[in-house]
Design a protein around this ligand. Structure first.
Ligand SMILES: *Cc1c(COP(=O)(O)O)cnc(C)c1O
Length: 408
């Protein structure tokens, strides 16, 4: 890897940079024992649910440069009765990445990207983002005593996420344009400004996000479920899931690969449409971006996902499937997830909405073991639920009247 350059620049081949690591020297049993021993460690960097698996992520980063908030360490919840009956499968679990310190799975990748930047001497970090990426970057940069610069389009962003980013002390710049314009600006200017770019095209974010599947495997004592469902926006998480699974398999930590399902929001589903076209007898099999994506799940509102090639490669290798769900299906699933006491942001609820579809289509069988990855916290993206819930606020007077009516 060329350490002098910004890793987020496109590769000369036109695709994205990717980290290639040789794990042949690793011994599965020795690794399992080491990971297990680290669970007793509550204070060092290995108490992080990401750095615990450092050998498989970024072994070259020295401890003195590590910037960690002990991210990861997220629960793998077994569905309660309500969730189970809504989804329609017997063995259903949720990997709650929304329990991360900044409230989304972006922390799993960001701790690695920022630590790497710090180890190379960078003091200024940047991203173009519509939300959770900027909150996460702002948190880690400030935690490291460094600076962050975030470029957000002046419309179509979730206010909660911008506020969180500002509160963490980031420099937030708005501009008239799209998320893609922000990325292009950074590509052109980052080196001159001395910024280390931490968008999802930074391959170290993918390396860090592999920890989601490492920790899940560890929690399941290295036995994989039949299916893992993940939301798809920029498709960095789907890519990390695939890459992490093959790392586990190739090192010998698991001996069976699960199938994966990538669920998109209907209004921003170029990947799902692409996969459908590969199976159908249509003339055009090209990848076609969606020019004006539109979904209530703001974290998935991406028309031209940068990681689609890599995600497609893993999808085929893992006999994966895709689905697209409507905003109505998303909000229905979210309502059940929230009211069952679990809770998530709209972009996460696509997994359970997609699960119902895939069961209806008999792609997933009711007897199979399914894990849904929940990506963001209930208190993110609240614009989507504020309206429906504030109208159900009750007045204390009404309760007194109710009591008076009962006792009279
Ligand atoms: C970023 C994000 C996604 C989408 O992940 P990609 O890697 O862009 O596909 C889904 N949910 C939440 C909450 C996110 O923040």
């Amino acid at each position: 890897m060329n350490q002098a350059t910004n890793l987020s620049s496109p590769c000369a081949c036109g695709g994205l940079m990717e980290v290639q690591q040789d794990f042949r020297h690793l011994d599965a049993d020795a690794l399992k024992m080491r990971f297990e021993q680290r669970l007793a460690d509550r204070m060092s960097v290995y108490a992080s649910g990401v750095w615990r698996y450092q050998e498989l992520i970024a072994p070259w980063i020295e401890e003195e440069f590590i910037v960690t908030k002990l991210e990861g360490n997220t629960p793998l919840y077994t569905a309660n009765d309500r969730l189970q009956s809504y989804a329609g499968v017997e063995r259903l679990q949720f990997k709650a990445q929304n329990h991360n310190p900044s409230g989304s799975f972006k922390d799993n990748g960001m701790t690695i990207a920022v630590s790497h930047g710090i180890s190379m001497g960078y003091r200024h970090f940047a991203c173009a983002s519509t939300g959770n990426t900027s909150s996460s970057l702002a948190m880690y940069a400030s935690w490291a005593g460094a600076n962050s610069h975030v470029f957000v389009p002046s419309h179509a962003v979730s206010m909660n996420k911008v506020i969180q980013t500002l509160a963490y002390g980031s420099n937030v710049y708005t501009f008239d344009g799209t998320y893609d314009d922000g990325i292009r600006y950074l590509e052109q200017e980052a080196d001159a400004l001395g910024y280390y770019v931490c968008n999802s095209v930074n391959p170290l974010r993918i390396e860090g996000q592999k920890s989601i599947i490492f920790e899940m495997a560890h929690q399941l004592q290295w036995h994989m479920p039949d299916w893992i469902l993940v939301p798809g926006g920029a498709l960095s998480n789907a890519t990390a899931l695939g890459k992490g699974l093959f790392d586990l398999f190739n090192v010998g930590l698991i001996n069976r690969l699960p199938r994966i399902a990538v669920i998109q929001a209907e209004g921003a589903s170029p990947f799902h449409q692409y996969v459908q076209r590969q199976h159908a007898g249509t003339t055009s099999k090209e990848f076609e971006p969606v020019p004006s994506p539109s979904t209530i799940a703001s974290a998935l509102n991406i028309g031209n996902p940068p990681s689609w090639r890599k995600a497609y490669r893993y999808l085929t290798q893992l006999q994966g499937v895709t689905a697209a769900v409507s905003d109505e299906e998303i909000m229905q699933a979210k309502k059940i997830i929230d009211a069952s006491g679990l809770g998530c942001e709209p972009a996460s609820a696509v997994t359970m909405a997609g699960l119902r579809q895939l069961i209806d289509q008999q792609v997933i069988d009711r007897s199979e073991h399914v894990v849904c990855i929940l990506t963001g916290h209930l208190l993110k993206d609240t614009d989507a639920i504020a309206q429906s819930h504030t109208s159900t606020l009750r007045k204390l007077d009404d309760l007194y009247q109710h009591r008076a009516a009962i006792s009279s």
